[in-house]
Design a protein around this ligand. Structure first.
Ligand SMILES: Cc1cc2nc3c(=O)[nH]c(=O)nc-3n(C[C@H](O)[C@H](O)[C@H](O)COP(=O)(O)OP(=O)(O)OC[C@H]3O[C@@H](n4cnc5c(N)ncnc54)[C@H](O)[C@@H]3O)c2cc1C
Length: 443
């Protein structure tokens, strides 16, 4: 162990492994390196942000960060069982996850939902502040745009969303309920042919390219001494339990032929697991069974069709169709449409019905805006605990910390979660109350 670097008074510098280089892993590596620790990141893939963080919607809207386990969800889920075009869909694998479903339903009570929503939103507001601070300090570029609008097609949609406005008020999230004309002034390319009853405008919320941010913050972490080892799959974590013995981490390359697979073992003072879900091979050594599930979502991304002399046909920032729960976001010269919640399907099987819904919502609001000949389809997992919030804090295995299970809000929660785990690991008082974010919530 070495003393902390200048400006990091009170933090003892440690040698720390970060496992996983999605958005949660890279931001964690950055914060730990910024605190003066020696950081090594292990990632089984060949680059950062190749799994869940690859092509998400890009929305950072703290007022919308909320557990999916909510009082209205059982009815919605029933809709998914009855209609193939619902925003929630079930594959045959759902039958294999009864434990997760039962815990999810148990967390749908009003009081549990409220409690977990407060925990998530506290973290989300902090996280957006941290994201903005890092953007400013380092001049990070990741197609950032300001403003997020929920499109309300009908009186019923408007009434439902209006019920949530006191919560935004309470959280101090600036918002405005707009009429259709005002909404079209802010987002002028919205189709006049699709009925718009009202819109909820959140002027301070953000849209940005999560993957691009991950690459940018990785460079800043490297400038602070962090190293990245790609193609390294962590296969075991052991703490021999002797004083100062540290945490022994074994890895191997997942890409080479099995016989010649390079493998290795190294000892660290601590490690942070940022793998979205606890990998099956590590569950026993971590000492905790985290009941996470992959809630699959889809996105399509295409260049915005530019016509000389015509106004820009795409969104200026981000909109979300409340009825379909599908967002359309502007990422530089591209448009991304994302949404759908699918349970119990395979990672590599892209369903037709979910993609049809994304195309429909794009066509309804921004017809002809995208060059669909160049479209890219993506299916990604939301690593989700049944009750909603992520887990950030100590694992039962001494020396191991957890920063995972961020569900549908990992991008929005990343910078705050990373700062929080770095403070807890470094023995500093965190800037937000971590109540309910540790493993104790799940016991
Ligand atoms: C369609 C869709 C839209 C979304 N939209 C938004 C949005 O608008 N806003 C938002 O905030 N969130 C959104 N999300 C959620 C967000 O994308 C995720 O919460 C986030 O990407 C999770 O990040 P992560 O770093 O935990 O996981 P990942 O990005 O999956 O990273 C985990 C990494 O760990 C590595 N790994 C796993 N096991 C091992 C091992 N044994 N050894 C070494 N490496 C390992 C993996 O290879 C992977 O790179 C969306 C998700 C989907 C699917």
């Amino acid at each position: 162990m070495q003393p902390a670097g200048p400006g990091q008074a009170g933090v003892v510098a440690l040698r720390i492994a970060v496992i996983g280089a999605g958005i949660i892993g890279v931001t964690t590596a950055y914060e730990l390196a910024a605190d003066g620790h020696e950081v090594v990141v292990f990632e089984r893939r060949q680059s950062v942000a190749t799994e869940s963080s690859f092509a998400n919607a890009g929305v950072v809207a703290p007022g919308y960060v909320s557990p999916w386990a909510a009082p209205w969800m059982p009815i919605k889920a029933l809709g998914g069982l009855l209609s193939p075009d619902s925003a929630v869909r079930f594959g045959s694998g759902t039958l294999g996850m009864p434990g997760w479903m039962l815990r999810f339903l148990a967390a749908c009570t009003h009081s549990t939902h409220q409690l977990n929503r407060r925990r998530m939103q506290r973290l989300a507001i902090y996280s957006r502040e941290r994201l903005e601070a890092l953007t400013l300090v380092h001049g990070l570029e990741y197609d950032l745009r300001k403003g997020y609008m929920t499109l309300l097609r009908s009186k019923t949609d408007t009434a439902r969303v209006s019920k949530g406005l006191p919560v935004l008020q309470e959280l101090g999230v600036e918002h405005q309920l707009l009429g259709p004309q005002q909404a079209r002034e802010i987002e002028p390319a919205l189709s006049p042919h699709t009925p718009l009853h009202a819109a909820l405008w959140l002027p301070h919320d953000l849209v940005g390219n999560c993957r691009q941010f991950a690459h940018a913050i990785k460079s800043r972490a490297q400038e602070r001494g962090a190293t990245f080892r790609f193609g390294t799959d962590i296969t075991s974590l052991v703490n021999p339990g002797q004083r100062n013995s540290g945490l022994r981490i074994s890895w191997r390359s997942p890409d080479d032929a099995p016989k010649s697979r390079p493998r290795g073992e190294e000892t660290f003072d601590a490690a942070v697991l940022c793998t979205g879900q606890v990998p099956a091979a590590l569950a026993r050594s971590v000492g905790a069974r985290l009941p996470t599930a992959s809630i699959w979502g889809y996105s399509l991304t295409a260049p915005v069709r530019q016509r000389d002399g015509s106004p820009d046909p795409g969104p200026r920032s981000g909109v979300m169709d409340e009825r379909y729960k599908v967002s359309i976001t502007r990422l530089g010269q591209r448009v991304r449409v994302a949404g759908i919640a699918e349970l119990g399907t395979a990672a590599d099987v892209l369903g037709d019905a979910p993609l049809r819904t994304l195309y429909k919502v794009l066509e309804d609001w921004y017809p002809g805006a995208a060059e669909l000949a160049k479209v890219q389809h993506w299916k990604g997992a939301r690593p989700m605990l049944p009750d909603g919030p992520p887990v950030i804090g100590r694992a039962p295995l001494p020396g191991l910390w957890l920063n995972l299970a961020h569900g549908g809000s990992g991008w929005a929660l990343s910078c705050g979660s990373a700062r929080l785990v770095a403070d807890l690991l470094g023995g500093r008082s965190p800037q937000i109350d971590p109540e309910g974010l540790g493993l104790e919530r799940l016991r």
